[in-house]
Structures are given as structure tokens and as C-alpha cells.
Design a protein. Sequence first.
Length: 508
Amino acid sequence: MPEPRNEKFRVAEYSETLAAILRRADELGVYAIARVQDSQSRSLSLSNGRLETISQAMLAGVGLQVFTQEGFTSFICSDEINPAIGRELVETAASMAHSGSGFATRPSRAVFDLTPDGVATYWSGYKSLDETDYPELVKQMTEANEAARRYGSHLVVRTQLSLTDTHWRIVRSDGTDLSFDQPTSLASHTITAIGSASRLPVNLGATISGADDSILLQPASRNLWELRTRNAAHLATALTDAPLLPASHSNRGYKLILDYALAKGLAHEAFGHASESDVMATSVLGDHGKMRLGEQLGPDTVTITDGSILGDYAYQPISACGKPRQTVNIMEEGRLVAGLADLFSAEKAGLVASGAERVESYRHLPLPRMSNIRITLKDPAPFDRPFEEITPLELQARLIEIGYIKEGEPCLYLAGYNGGQVMPKEGDFVFNCAAIYDLSLAQPKLYQPAIFSGKILSVLQSIQGGLGPLHLDAQGHCGKGGQNVPSSGGSHSFIVIAPNEQIFVGGR
């Protein structure tokens, strides 16, 4: 987390309103947590060289959560921020909270155990939108779109850019007053390859993310995007003629190789959500509502960690309840040691609150959520080639060289992550990859993507090892409780999964 500094945030102007909220809460004998959001964003999109949309938006408002002495709570919000409105919000919220005792709701007095987190401003030092040269960004994005289309004669390329500069301020009745910024930037191509009339088009993405316009203006970042664009265009074109994975491949005891994007999807969807404290009553990681702490669920080489990273797409140093967000080892050397816990469900789940509360906007109630989740392995095999430059043939050769596979051994390489779903209670998952390569052949063969499915704990127990350095920039968006927040994460370049009868590849 960056050190507190004195630069002025836009949320600094709301001090009078927040003071009025806290005074009125004290007068009414309720505990208050107020969240002010002031967000500015710009976006644009192009399709095959033509500028489609260009827009900018502003969002500002206050969300207020109050608690009675008995622990009953209510939530209210407003897009007007002034002292009079603040006092009215407290009065309405207090009335609703007191009425909650008549609806058999479960009270929580966890907020009364909080200790003050002081007064601080956390400034991450990235460029604001006011410092951004927007015409230059339009020029850069237009050039990127044109360059992407040159990778094939039958490509349709849609290019998008979004920049968001969000400032938050969170105050509590115990005197806590924290401000922080949450800058995000995302540039992406959606590349569509048109095959023969008998085949459906293939869509693949190439994305870079960060905090500001440096993702386009810094050579290293721009070159990375160019490499990902080239790979996506060539793969999309090749997939238009690729065959389906034969049904005989699904249950033949294949070893699996996952790239870091798919490994992030596995960590996020199949394990991270199952570790969130508010779902422990229906999670495979729970037992009668308590997390199964201390159980050995995977090899002692496997650690799964979640925590905010400065400059990352999912950066959030402070929770929605005004607590510093902790980096949490959910699984440590194969043993389940902690969960992602919020103030309100931690105790019931047998956990300690870790500042995991996130919200999509000031209009939402906090929920325990991931930020950057990653799988790390003890003693991964080195693989010094840049990830974007590694071919399936090079991967195959390296796997044979270090002994993870033998020549001709059944082995499928699953590349890319295209979404999926999980049933946390049963521990079942179904994911989609972008492409499959059969590495058992002398020349790896490309197949169309197929479903990767199985049991969460079976996959964890089958992790054999990893290759290459950590890559933590696999980004996406996480939906839960009607809220969408940025997410990210990753693993080593590649993860090796041993054959397991409860892991399947096949289907569409």
C-alpha cells in the first residue's frame, strides 16, 4: 500500500456532509459507515478503423449503512451530497434499522468491535483524466486497430479503451476517515476470424490493463499488447479450420497443461468464491457453516493467495468498510488456513475479518470479494522465454526436458480462459478455454476449444507443478449479488495437472 500523502482528492470537498452524517448518527445513537464515491471515466470504441463511440461520464454519491446498538442494520444512498441530505439519510436509515428487529433479521454487532483506523489519504500517484491527452489516445487506438487488421485478410477487429479515475472516502462513527483512489485502464481488441460458410466465426480477445494511459504510451506495455494481438489473430484464423477434439480424448487419462489465464479462472471461480465467508454454509470448503480450516486439501507445494496489488486492474487498498485490505493465504502449502471474510459473516464462518468487503458503487452493500488471486507453486521449473512468444512446440519440448511428460504421453494443453461457472456447494466447475493442443504428437495438433470440467478439490489435489515466472495480469470482471467489480490474478506461466478420473475435457 502506498504511504499516506497530502494531495487533495475530489472527495475532500465532502467533509461538511460527512461530518453532518456522523453528528446526526451520534445524536440518534446509531453507528454509521458512510462511503462517498466520485468517479470520472472516458471510453471509446472503433470497429475496422471506424470510430464508433466516444464518451465520458461522471458518477458521485454517498452510500450510508447504519447499525443499532442491537446490531440491526439498514442501507440507503443518494446521488446528492450535502449536509441536509446527509442528515435525512441518517434519520431514514436509523428508522429502517430499528424496524429490522421485527422482521427476524440476524443482527451483527461486529462494527462495535472495530478500532479506529485513523485519518489518512492513500494516493497511488497515477495520472488523472485531466492529465490525459485524449486526442493522442484516439490516435493510438486507431493505429492499434489498423495494425491488428493487418494480421489477416478476413479479420474483423473491434477495439475498445476505458479509463476510470475513481476516488473514495469512507468514514465511520469511531473516527476512521480514509480516502483512496482506484484508477483503472483497459485496452482490448476483439478479433473475429471469418472462415468458410460451413464454419462459425471465431472470436478471440487481446487485452492489456493497468491504472492509466501508460498502457498505451509506454513501449513495453504497447509491445506486449501487440504480441497478444498477433497471437490472438493467428490463433483465431487457425481455429476456423481446426477440428473438434475427438470424443476418445475426453476420458483417456490425459495430463493437462493450463496457461496462467486459465489457472487464474480456476483459482477465482473454483476456489476463491468458495472461500468467501458469506457462502460458507453452501460451500465445498465449509462444514456446517464453518470453514474447514486446517484441512490438507492439496499438495504441500500449492499456495493460493488473494491480495490487492498497486497498479493492478483490481487494485483496492481499503475495504468498503474502511479497513485496510489484507493479503490472505487462503491455502498455504496445500492446507486451508483462511478465508476472504467480511465484518458481517466472518464470525459465523469461523473466520477473522480480513477487509475483504468490496462494492461496485456507492449504491451497493459490501460483500466479501476477491481482488488479485493467484496460484503459486514451490520450486517451479524455470522457463525464461517470454510467455507470449512460447509456441506449443516449445512448451512440449520444455515439458519433456524437465520430465513433466514423456514423448508420446497423452497430454492436452488448454490455452486461454473464456468464462465458466461453478457450483460451490458440490464443488463442480465447468470452464471454457480458447484452444486445445494435443502435445502427445510429434507436432502438437490444434483443436477447437472444449469444456474443461470436474471437481474443485480433484483439480487441486492433481496439481503436479508449474513452469515459468508468475504472471498476475489475467484480468476480468467478477459478478456476485448483482454487482460487477474488476478482478485479476494468475499463476506461473503454466500449471501441470496430473490425470484424474474426475477431471474431463470434451464437449462444447
